[in-house]
Each structure stands twice: as C-alpha cells, then as structure tokens.
Design a protein around this ligand. Sequence first.
Ligand code: CA
Ligand code: CA
Ligand code: CA
Ligand code: CA
Length: 263
Amino acid sequence: MLILSPSPGIHEARGFTLIEMAVVLLIIGLLIGGLVMPLSTQMEDRRYATTQQLLDDVREALTGYALANGALPCPATPASNGLAAAAGGGCTRQHGFVPAVTLGLLGPQNADRLLLDAWNSPVRYSVSRSDNDADTNWDFVVPGEMRDVSIASLAPELDVCSTSAGSSATACSGPAVTLTASAPAVVYSLGGDWATFASADQQENTGANLGGGPSGTSYPVASDEVWVMRTRSTAAGAEFDDLVSWLGANTLYSKLVAVGQLP
Ligand SMILES: [Ca+2]
Ligand SMILES: [Ca+2]
Ligand SMILES: [Ca+2]
Ligand SMILES: [Ca+2]
C-alpha cells in the first residue's frame, strides 16, 4: 500500500521557519548595504591612494633629477608645456606645478600639459627660494648652487604643519604642530574639493592663482612657505582631503653626496 503523506518527522524537517528567513534576509541586506552604500567612499579611498602613490613617484623623480643635475627643477606653469619654467638657467618661480615633461613622468595630463591627480586636478609643486649666499640664485633650483653654498649653510625654509592655527606666512605656530620646517620642495594635491577647498587648513595650501596656459584656466596654488597636512575629514568647517608631501633635506643631501654632487 502506498503511503502518500509524509511521516510527521519528515514534515517538520522541511523548509525554513519565518525566523530563519528573517535572519537570512537580514544578512543579505547587510551584505548588500556593505557593498553598495560606501561605494563612493571606496572610490574616494582609491583616488586618495592613487594620488599618494603619484606624489611618491614625483618625489622619487625629483630626487633623481637632483642627482643628475645638482639642483631641483623649477616648477612648471600652465604655459610652460610641462617643462620646468626657468629663464636663462635661473628659476624665479616658487609655486607652480610638477614639470612632468622635464622629469619624464608618465601620467594623465590636461590641456596645459600639467600632470593630473586622481581628481583630474594638476599636482602642485613648490620649491625653496632660500639664497644663503645672496647671489640672487635660489640655492636649490639653480645647478651648482647647492655645492657653492655647501651643506652646512644650506637652509631650506618650507614648512608643513598639522594645523593652520597660529601659523604665519613663514612658520607653523610651534614645534608641536611642525611636521617639517626645512623642506627644499613640497608636492601637493588639493584633493577632491580642489575647486572650493573650504576650511582654514585647506586654504593654507592655496592663496594665489596661476594661469596663462592654452586652456585659460586659472589654478589655485600656494602663496607662501607654509602648508598643512593632516588626516582626512568631512566634518563641516574642518574639511580636509589634501595630500601634502615633501622632500627631506637630509635625505636629499646624503644622496647628493653619494653621487658626488655635494662635497
Ligand atoms: Ca644662491
Ligand atoms: Ca619657514
Ligand atoms: Ca582639498
Ligand atoms: Ca600657506
């Protein structure tokens, strides 16, 4: 005789209870939420990491250029076709852009031949204008000047602080907030909010404008010798997503000595 109805034991083992279904749906919901919701955050993280790597590459290229030439390159301008903007072998431009063509750096460029960060904004580059032997040639950007002045007398003056509070045009407010007070060069990105850069700390990294290139764009650049670098924040009034990197003077000296560019 056929038994058409399942035994009570099999019937109880079938399917999911409502509570089990609710737990499964909850887990799926959390997984989807975890993947979808912070997608913009993940993309921003990636842009930040990509730009950090780009700044590292630029620093390495700057160091290599100094090893070969005994000086750092002058910054580029929107009108210099990606080349170091130097007139007659000198350099009188403190704030500008990475001279990507001079450095042979590959990467996306805009219509003004400026190397772009992950937010399609040009990577900024500033140099020391220290002239300790007072011959009107800036010591770090004119070939032979570092050697002429000698290590003991070289005095790069660029500062990076962890806050803009209390800073002057030439220094951070004190040692506790000073990341460096003697950088020969600073390389920086204004991050995703490069067009607005709200907050005092981000405004510390701008202050002037530089244009004159084929695109007609006028770009905000630094205006003095002080920058701010700190952790990212989206807090209203305290926004910060800039990336500021610098060459270490002593690292540069030791490498230049090793290849005979400095005695
Ligand atoms: Ca000099
Ligand atoms: Ca200074
Ligand atoms: Ca920014
Ligand atoms: Ca500043």
